[in-house]
Design a protein around this ligand. Sequence first.
Ligand code: FES
Length: 320
Amino acid sequence: MSINAGIDVIVSDVVEVNSLIKRFHFKRADGQQLPAFSGGAHVVIEMEDGEQRRRTPYSLMSSPFDTTDYQVSIRRDDEGRGGSLYMHREVTTGMAMKISYPANLFPLDLRARRHLLIAGGIGITPFLAQTDQLNRLSADLELHYGVRSPELGAYLPELNASLGHRLHTYYSDEKQFIDYDELLTRQPVGTHLYVCGPSPMIDATLNSARSLGWPEAHIHFEHFAKSPPGEPFVIELANSGLSVEVGREQSMLEAIEAAGVDAPYLCRGGACGQCETKVLEYDGELLHEDHWLEDDEKARGQKIMPCVSRFRGKRLVLER
Ligand code: FES
């Protein structure tokens, strides 16, 4: 049995949210309740895309208090490696699929006196589940949501209804931007900060928080990297005795899995450390894309995160 057991589900609904985003509902195939989760959790969706099996993580946006279905919202990425395009083009109501058990790498810290949530674009999805959870706890929260325009702002009516004056929107087409320093300066002691969105937004928020002296334990962010496309290369897997070709649009982890080798993962976005693999030998350059390894670990070249990182060179031998 695979070390990455999953849940058989049926796509129970597909809803077009706007011109770029679709929402997918999943129910358990055996009719039972799905496992409990908390706000900020994600699942990995398996996609049988022709000869390629893709596995892509998406945040759960539905209420953690309702496990009759799971909901995720997926923004179509025409420049991506194909996961979102597959979901948008191929997935229809009634289809059987497999998803992972939920895991939470972006949990709320319920000891916080106040929760300051900052979302950009499709980064709003984990906050839909988190605001539901916080509202039920009558917790103090504020959500700041930056998006290109009201038309592309997903779930604005729902957020307005549930948060009222605690929702603050910023439309970049109208030159409205979050002033991170001003926002973070006026928070009471004991506030926890959560940010999810595009990399520049996460970086700007974290830079502001750190320069203002926010405690690291009060700063939470979700930043799943993507395995970029690149020149194909071959990995030798020492324990498995296999040579595996990694295609242009494939991650190392996908290539290892396609060769029938079971490899652990949780986020598939370079953030959790689960897929960490020992590099035994290499002649070339390790192209680290993760947020897990420290800079000195990357420089030593003894470990790699195959879910997002690549290689350029003549020879790469991994322990797997
Ligand atoms: S699976 Fe999480 S870092 Fe690779």
